[in-house]
Design a protein around this ligand. Structure first.
Ligand code: ATP
Length: 352
């Protein structure tokens, strides 16, 4: 197999504490992968006069994938490039309970679903501003419940959902469901009652597309109803697709179902690029303590290995996680144990 290239950003605050040992685990697997660590943030500014220099962009472009540590600002420009620049429209966030995870649920057995979050549109376009700037547009909609000119001073953000953006993410969800061993079901959720235009379009496209996938069950729920169902019967879910903001919020909730953010991996896929990062942030409150749980990062790395066609090694990493939690000797602090980040990673390394 041709050697692969992976660009790595270790991230900020506690993030390097999980990124560095995870890259060490990948190196221990002796894969045909070359890792690059381009400069970013202040270090890049010193060397090149820019937080995101052309050299760093070139490294991302030349790589087969990027492994991204959460950022509190230093690598935000790289993140925006990875997302909008590389059009990574599908944010895939698996939610699977493994024995040993400290779930708050009485019966977490069998929780195994994937949130597919649209990653580029919705309220994340960054089109925000002062409400008074809109007055000149004389904007009117027959769906309006209030008039723009009656609103006082304040800010707006544009929520836009496109046909093509919805089609590609919903198709992604159907294709994923058709490949999964699970229940072969797609659940679509949005606020299609109150937001009948934007979120209604998202649902309509799902309804239309469902006829092309007769072997896959399709259901839709309004997002508030969905949240109640996700908490009361998560085992009923297989693949769930939703617009950007809901996906951001629901996936943290989904992580909570199995035991918290330390367990939630994530991958962002486009048609010809992908990057991988844990769903959690930089955990600044526990930086430097060597207690951040690396599970989310290790499982994100496993997703990356699968994307890079190292399927067997991806399984090796996942199996190691299952084994360490099953043995129960090196359980991270957020899961009720007392294993440091380092000793958990050592335990994973000892599995292969
Ligand atoms: P950011 O602004 O980067 O999103 P944040 O503090 O708002 O940072 P998170 O970093 O996701 O958000 O952290 C939320 C809480 O979850 C914090 O208390 C953090 O310590 C905890 N947390 C997040 N990730 C982990 C992890 N991998 N292991 C243990 N605790 C974690």
């Amino acid at each position: 197999m041709q050697r692969k290239r992976v660009t790595v950003f270790n991230g900020d605050d506690a993030s390097p504490e999980v990124m560095k040992p995870t890259v060490d685990l990948l190196k221990k697997l002796e894969l045909a992968i070359d890792f690059e660590f381009p400069l970013i943030g202040e270090a890049a500014e010193k060397a090149y006069g820019k937080m995101l220099p052309d050299e760093t962009i070139a490294s991302i472009d030349a790589a087969d994938a990027t492994f991204f540590g959460s950022t509190s600002g230093q690598s935000t420009a790289a993140l925006f490039y990875l997302r909008w620049g590389k059009q990574t429209y599908a944010n895939v966030r698996p939610c699977q309970w493994i024995p040993g995870y400290k779930s708050p649920m009485a019966n977490p057995q069998g929780i195994d679903f994937i949130i597919v979050r649209e990653n580029l549109e919705d309220l994340y376009l960054g089109l925000e501003g002062n409400i008074e700037d809109l007055h000149a547009l004389n904007f009117y909609s027959k769906h309006a419940r209030s008039s723009l000119s009656d609103l006082g001073a304040g800010r707006y953000a544009i929520k836009a959902i496109t046909e093509s953006g919805s089609e590609r993410i919903i198709r992604y969800a159907f294709e994923l469901a058709s490949k999964r061993a699970g229940g072969k079901k797609v659940t679509l959720t949005s606020k299609y009652n109150m937001l009948s235009q934007v979120d209604g379009l998202f649902r309509d496209i799902g309804l239309q597309m469902s006829s092309s996938y007769p072997d896959i069950e399709f259901e839709t729920f309004i997002i508030d109803d969905f949240l109640c169902r996700m908490i009361s019967n998560p085992q009923a879910l297989d693949v769930v697709v939703m617009p950007n903001l809901y996906g951001d919020i629901m996936s943290d909730g989904a992580a909570g179902l199995i035991g918290g953010l330390g367990l939630a991996p994530s991958g962002c896929y486009g048609d010809d690029y992908a990057y991988f990062e844990s769903a959690h942030g930089t955990a600044p409150d526990i930086a430097g303590l060597n207690i951040i749980n690396p599970t989310a990062t290790i499982l994100s790395a496993a997703m990356m290995l699968e994307y890079l066609d190292f399927n067997q090694h991806s399984k090796t990493l996942q199996q190691a996680v299952i084994q360490v939690y099953a043995q129960g000797k090196f359980i991270p602090v957020d899961q009720g144990g007392n294993a440091s980040t380092t000793s958990f990673c050592n335990a994973i390394a000892n599995c292969f």
